[in-house]
Design a protein around this ligand. Structure first.
Ligand code: PLP
Length: 388
């Protein structure tokens, strides 16, 4: 495999200091040293989730954390409000259906967020709903949903909240405690700047009560949070992740990545993502490109750009990959052939990654017949960054 710069919305670039941890000898997932590492990682994740709730780590990607949350919280026949404005909203719907529960869909157009007032109305009209799922940062379109407002409404009605912040956490504002989130989940490979393979769940006391008070037993074993908790309590001084083999190399890498975030400061880091997103959006517009999402709804970590009618997205991405060694993404789901997505997460939310990407876009668009005054996007980007 020849590495190309990952300007895609995850996985994202990983720093040398984090990569170096992957080259260390393999260590066991039990014993004093791993116990220490495990609980240090949990403490650092708590800072980033902004929570004092329990954090559980899964040796699996974020889809497993989505499934684990739904599988433990929801029973066959339950009604779940699934907020759906993109590909990962659809994933929650499929997972809810897979446990035999009934998804009540609240859809928004792909370029719009879920409106809290509509959430309120659906909950008023469907008194049996006991759980809501929402994607914080819809990676497929670059829309950020108003989680704080939605969770406030859900909290007042006693509804359990399951929030996916897979591509938001560590790059966009997020606070599991302040926003009263019962089950918040994320993964290692996006704004946290670590390799893929680990995912995390922050679990409130209300969520544990839901799991314990179910009429039916939780199906499954590996993703069963009550089972993980049972093992963790029994084995915490020896084998803390739970009953299976923890991928210690991934923990070492994640630990170093979390240290980088803490060194930078979470607030500073979120400001950096906001600033980069804003400057990138101005730069793209300056060369006549249209953005898929209005500024007020826009993600801080991924930007979807509408393809000019004369430009083929697949060809654009191929030329940029071949000529500039930079990888961009196409759309997902409904926007598959109509947008190109740029990830600006963690490492890649820096001018030194965005400027070459803009240069590659300018030159390739011109090559493909969409006239661009070369250098304009880069100049605009630099100007906005200097102003901020
Ligand atoms: N949720 C969101 C918002 C995502 O962006 C992704 C992956 O891109 C997932 C869930 C699924 O994550 P994974 O592919 O790591 O299982």
């Amino acid at each position: 495999m020849k590495h190309k710069i990952l300007m895609i919305p995850g996985p994202t670039e990983v720093s040398i200091e984090v990569l170096a941890k992957l080259a260390l000898p393999v260590e066991p997932h039990y014993g004093d040293e791993f116990v220490k590492l495990y609980f240090e990682v949990v403490a650092k994740l708590k800072k980033i989730f902004e929570t004092s709730n329990d954090i559980f780590i899964l040796a699996a990607t974020s889809s497993a954390a989505m499934e684990s949350a739904v599988n433990c919280a929801v029973e066959k026949g339950d009604k779940v409000l699934v907020c759906h404005n993109g590909f990962f909203g659809e994933r929650f719907k499929e997972i809810v259906e897979s446990v035999g529960a009934i998804p009540v869909l609240l859809k928004a157009d792909a370029d719009k967020p879920i409106e809290p007032n509509r959430v309120k109305k659906v909950l008023e009209d469907n008194r049996e709903i006991n759980t809501i799922t929402v994607v914080h940062n819809e990676t497929s379109t670059g829309v950020e949903n108003p989680i704080e407002e939605i969770c406030e409404i859900a909290f007042k009605r006693g509804i359990l909240t399951i929030i996916d912040s897979v591509s938001g956490l560590g790059g966009a504002n997020f606070s599991a405690d302040k926003w009263k989130i019962d089950l918040a989940l994320s993964g290692s490979q996006k704004c946290l700047e670590a390799p893929a393979g680990l995912s995390f769940l922050s679990i409130s006391e209300k969520a544990w009560q839901r799991f314990r008070g179910r009429k039916t037993k939780i199906h499954g074993w590996y993703l069963n949070l009550l089972n993980l908790k049972k093992y963790q309590e029994q084995w915490q001084n020896w084998h803390p992740q739970g009953p299976n083999t923890a991928p210690v190399s991934l923990y070492l890498a994640l630990d170093a990545a979390l240290d980088r975030i803490i060194r930078e400061g979470l607030e500073e880091r979120i400001k950096r993502h906001e600033k980069i997103a804003k400057a990138l959006r101005c730069a793209l517009r300056k060369i006549g490109l249209e953005l898929f999402v209005e500024d007020r709804f826009a993600s801080k970590t991924v930007t979807a750009v509408k393809l000019p009618p004369t430009v083929n997205g697949e060809q654009l991405r191929k030329v940029i990959a071949d000529d500039f060694n930079i990888l961009l993404s196409g759309g997902l789901g409904e926007t598959k052939d109509s947008v190109v997505r740029i990830g600006h997460m963690g490492m890649t939310a820096q001018s030194k990654y965005i400027l070459p990407t803009l240069k590659a876009l300018e030159r390739t668009l011109s090559k493909l017949g969409f006239t661009v005054k070369e250098g304009r996007a880069q100049k605009t980007f630099k100007r906005i960054i200097a102003q901020e």
